[in-house]
Design a protein around this ligand. Structure first.
Ligand SMILES: NC(=O)c1ccc[n+]([C@@H]2O[C@H](COP(=O)([O-])OP(=O)(O)OC[C@H]3O[C@@H](n4cnc5c(N)ncnc54)[C@H](OP(=O)(O)O)[C@@H]3O)[C@@H](O)[C@H]2O)c1
Length: 333
């Protein structure tokens, strides 16, 4: 059966072109579950794949989209029945497996999560990999005994996808949040999500060459990397947790060991794509209950068509211009 999908091709001179084409389910990779995708979302990685970054997607032509939510259309696995509402985030979806920017995906059953009852398919994609990553970060911090009374938690890239979700989830869980943003108009937005205060990017960009700073936060969820991550480690209070989730400024970490060996600071990592299924299910359960930020989704998420995504939003996210999350509607194409 034909369906519509975004199709990224590499030209002979090494540039990349994107068009919306008709594809066939038979042409999708092997897998036990065929899902009719209703919604996908935009993540930083999707924009890299859509613009031909071979660190993300080795082979083109390709359909990006690391997130997908929809309805099971064909199942060769007894855990899933035709008609089940499900979601897939990460694994190889949208990387080298045709992803959520197509109206159908075919994936292994081991990648599929049943949709939590309290969310619609669209809300699942408003959360998507970004929300799952933010929740994963808090989950790891709490495994290290982080609690709201430990002190404030810094969130960098505060108006981006992971940042917006991190602020909302931390606030919902009772934490005091210091939001860091480079956008001058971010105050009202981050406050609405639950941040106690907003600071500029300079607040976490120490250039003093000191090995340690006065402890100012109990932890951080960082999307920026580079000197921001170094500063977050230097200024973290003893036994605090800094979670590295991203690299929008830099993949480098030019740090000393002093925060670790003198202050016992924990540097944690989140790699959402490969999160084991039992942890995934636990995190989605938390998102659906104690960390449920459904009431914040209307302020965070904007719905776009596949056409709009293709024409505008890949460039916007790569330039750090997005506020919140972009949900892609794959219906009625
Ligand atoms: N580890 C994982 O599993 C995982 C999962 C999802 C995403 N990520 C990574 O996390 C990062 C954020 O992803 P996202 O989807 O949230 O992207 P996003 O929506 O584009 O958000 C990134 C935000 O970072 C800030 N920013 C951009 N450029 C910056 C710079 N040069 N210096 C300081 N801040 C800058 C901007 O926020 P302000 O304007 O508010 O400062 C921007 O909105 C990416 O590196 C992505 O690859 C990792």
């Amino acid at each position: 059966m034909p369906f519509k999908a975004l199709w990224v091709t590499e030209t002979e001179n090494g540039t990349f072109e994107r068009t919306i084409v008709e594809r066939l389910i038979d042409d999708l990779p092997a897998g036990e579950i065929v899902i009719r995708v209703h919604y996908s979302s935009l993540n930083y990685k999707d924009a890299l794949s859509a613009t031909g970054n071979k660190g993300i997607t080795r082979a083109f032509p390709h359909t990006p989209g690391i997130d997908a939510a929809g309805v099971v259309e064909i199942s060769r696995n007894e855990q899933f029945a035709v008609g089940d509402e499900v979601l897939v985030t990460g694994y190889d979806l949208g990387m080298n497996t045709c992803g959520g920017y197509g109206q159908y995906i075919r994936v292994p059953a081991s990648w599929v999560v049943k949709k939590p009852e309290s969310f619609s398919l669209k809300e699942c994609m408003a959360i998507g990999t970004a929300g799952f990553t933010a929740a994963n970060a808090l989950y790891k911090m709490e495994l290290m005994r982080m609690r709201p009374d430990a002190g404030p938690i810094v969130v960098t890239g505060a108006t981006g996808g992971v940042g917006s979700m991190a602020i909302s989830i931390l606030a919902k869980a009772g934490y005091e949040v210091i939001a860091i943003s480079g956008k001058s108009n971010a105050q009202e937005y981050v406050q609405h999500l639950g941040a106690a205060r907003l600071e500029t990017r300079e607040f976490v960009n120490d250039t003093s060459k000191k090995s340690l700073l006065k402890p100012q936060w109990a932890g951080a969820i960082d999307t920026v990397g580079g000197n921001t991550l170094v500063t977050l480690l230097k200024g973290c209070q003893p036994e605090g947790c800094v979670v590295c989730t991203g690299l929008v400024a830099s993949p480098k970490l030019d740090a000393t060991v002093y925060p670790f060996i003198l202050n016992g600071v924990n540097l944690l990592g989140v790699g959402s794509a490969g999160t084991p299924m039992e942890v995934r299910v636990t995190i989605w359960e938390k998102l659906a209950t104690e960390w449920n930020i459904k009431d914040k989704i209307p302020a965070i998420a904007k719905e776009v068509t596949l056409d709009e995504l293709n024409n505008t939003y890949f460039d916007n996210i790569l330039q750090g211009k997005i506020m919140g999350r972009i949900v892609v509607n794959l219906n009625n194409l």
